[in-house]
Design a protein around this ligand. Structure first.
Ligand SMILES: Cc1cc2nc3c(=O)[nH]c(=O)nc-3n(C[C@H](O)[C@H](O)[C@H](O)COP(=O)(O)OP(=O)(O)OC[C@H]3O[C@@H](n4cnc5c(N)ncnc54)[C@H](O)[C@@H]3O)c2cc1C
Length: 374
C-alpha cells in the first residue's frame, strides 16, 4: 500500500473539508439539539457527488474508489457525524446493488442513488433482533408477478428522506430475501422516531410493512441469497462506521488541543501540564492507528478484495478508540467539556453509537475470531 495519497485524493479531501467546515459544522449543534433530519444538506451531499464515489460512471458514480469515499466521509463526519452517516448509510444499498444487482437494476436503482438524486436506507433490525439474522420475522410471499412483504422494522435510519430501502425478509423457504423497496409503496409506513442518545437527526424510525407489494424486478440476487447480500453490503456499512469513529475521535482531539492551549492552570497554559500532555499523546496515537486500519480496509476494497474481516476489525477498533478518545477529551475539558455550549459532549454521545449500530462490537469480535480459528 502506498501511504501517499495521490493528487486526486488530496484534492477531494480538501474539497470535502472545505464543504464540511463551511456548510456542515456550523449546523452540527442545531441538528443534534433539534433532532431534525437535515434534508437540504442530504441533497447537497448528493449534488456534490459524494454519494457515488466508489461506483463506476456507467452507474452514476465517479469511479474515485473506496479510499476516496473514506477520505471524504471522514471530513464530513468530523463536522457532524449525523450528516456523514447519511452518506455512509446510503452506501449500504448501493453496495448491495453494485455487487448483486443485474444490469437493469444497476441502471434503474443504483444510478439515481449514486448520482444523489435518491436516497437509500437499510431495513434489517426488528424489535426482537439486530444481531441475529435467524430471528428475522418479516416475511415475503410470492404473489402474482412479485412479492408481498409484512413485518415491522426498527431503527431504520434516513427513514423520513429515503426513497428506497434495502429490506430483508424471510422467504417461504425460510431463507432471507433482499428487496429494494420503493418507500412510497402502499403499506410502507413510518411510525414513531427512535430517540437515540447520539446520531440525532438521522431520522432513525420504526417502519411498518403492511402488505407491501414489491415487483419481482426488485428482488436482489437469487431467492434465499439475502444473508450473503447482507454480509457483503454491511461490510461497507462497517467501514463507514469505522470512518465515523476515527472522525469523531479526531474532532474531539482537535477541540481538546485548542482548549488546553487556551485555558490557564496554575498560571500557565494547561497544555503544559504533563497529565494533559499524556492525554493528548494517547489520543493522537489511538486516532492514527485506527485511521491506518480504516484506510487499509478501503484500499483493500479498491483492490477488489473481500473486506468482511478487515471491516469488522476496523469497526471494532475505531469505535473503541472513539469512545476512549472522546472520553479523554471530556476529561481535558473538565466541567466545560460537559456543557452543551462545547461540542465535546455531542462527540462523546456520537462516539458511543459507533460501538452499537451497524453491528455491536460483540458481533465484530465473533467475526474476527471465526477467521482466526478457521
Ligand atoms: C442510530 C441508529 C441507527 C440505526 N440504523 C439502522 C438501520 O438503518 N437499519 C437497521 O436495520 N438497523 C439500524 N440500527 C440498528 C442497529 O444496527 C442494531 O440495533 C444493532 O446492530 C444492535 O442490535 P440490537 O439492538 O438488537 O442488539 P442485540 O442483538 O439485542 O444485542 C444486545 C447486546 O446483547 C449482547 N449480544 C447479542 N448478540 C450477541 C452475540 N451473538 N454474541 C455476544 N453478545 C451478544 C451484546 O452485549 C449486545 O450489545 C440502528 C441503530 C441505531 C442506534
Amino acid at each position: 500500500m502506498d501511504f501517499n495519497l495521490n493528487e486526486q485524493q488530496r484534492m477531494l479531501q480538501r474539497a470535502a473539508k472545505d464543504f464540511a467546515v463551511r456548510s456542515i459544522k456550523p449546523r452540527a449543534a442545531e441538528i443534534d439539539a433539534s433532532g431534525q433530519f437535515p434534508f437540504k444538506l442530504a441533497k447537497e451531499i448528493g449534488k456534490r457527488g459524494y454519494q457515488g464515489l466508489p461506483y463506476p460512471t456507467e452507474y452514476g458514480g465517479s469511479g474515485a474508489g473506496y479510499l476516496s469515499y473514506a477520505l471524504a466521509l471522514e471530513q464530513l463526519c468530523q463536522a457532524s457525524m449525523t450528516v456523514g452517516a447519511i452518506m455512509a448509510i446510503n452506501t449500504v444499498p448501493e453496495e448491495a446493488l453494485f455487487r448483486f444487482g443485474n444490469e437493469e437494476q444497476k441502471k434503474r436503482l443504483l444510478s439515481p442513488l449514486a448520482r444523489g438524486e435518491k436516497l437509500g436506507g437499510i431495513a434489517f433490525t426488528e424489535a426482537e433482533t439486530g444481531s441475529d439474522p435467524k430471528a428475522i420475522t418479516t416475511a415475503s410471499k410470492k404473489s402474482g408477478d412479485g412479492y408481498i412483504i409484512n413485518g415491522q422494522k426498527q431503527f431504520v435510519a434516513l427513514a423520513p428522506a429515503a426513497n428506497l430501502a434495502l429490506v430483508f425478509a424471510r422467504g417461504e423457504g425460510k431463507r432471507l430475501n433482499a428487496f429494494i423497496v420503493d418507500t412510497s409503496s402502499q403499506g410502507y409506513n413510518l411510525r414513531e422516531p427512535c430517540q437515540t442518545m447520539g446520531l440525532k437527526g438521522l431520522g432513525t424510525s420504526v417502519v411498518y410493512l403492511d402488505d407491501v407489494r414489491v415487483p419481482k424486478e426488485n428482488l436482489l440476487g437469487e431467492e434465499g441469497q439475502g444473508f450473503d447480500i447482507l454480509r457483503e453490503a454491511i461490510s461497507l456499512g462497517r467501514l463507514g462506521a469505522a470512518v465515523e469513529g476515527v472522525a469523531v475521535a479526531q474532532a474531539a482531539l482537535d477541540v481538546a488541543i485548542d482548549y488546553a492551549k487556551q485555558r490557564k492552570a496554575m498560571g500557565r497554559a494547561m497544555a503544559k501540564l504533563p497529565t494533559i500532555q499524556w492525554h493528548l499523546a494517547e489520543m493522537v496515537s489511538r486516532v492514527e492507528a485506527a485511521r491506518l486500519l480504516v484506510y487499509r480496509t478501503a484500499f483493500a476494497r479498491d483492490q477488489g478484495q473481500d473486506i468482511k474481516y478487515e471491516s469488522s476489525l476496523a469497526k471494532l477498533f475505531a469505535s473503541r478508540i472513539a469512545v476512549e478518545v472522546t472520553g479523554m477529551a471530556m476529561q481535558v475539558g473538565g466541567s466545560y467539556g460537559t456543557m452543551t455550549t462545547m461540542p465535546l459532549e455531542r462527540l462523546y454521545r456520537d462516539a458511543k453509537m459507533t460501538e452499537i449500530y451497524v453491528g455491536i462490537s460483540e458481533i465484530q469480535r465473533n467475526i474476527i475470531a471465526e477467521r482466526l480459528i478457521e
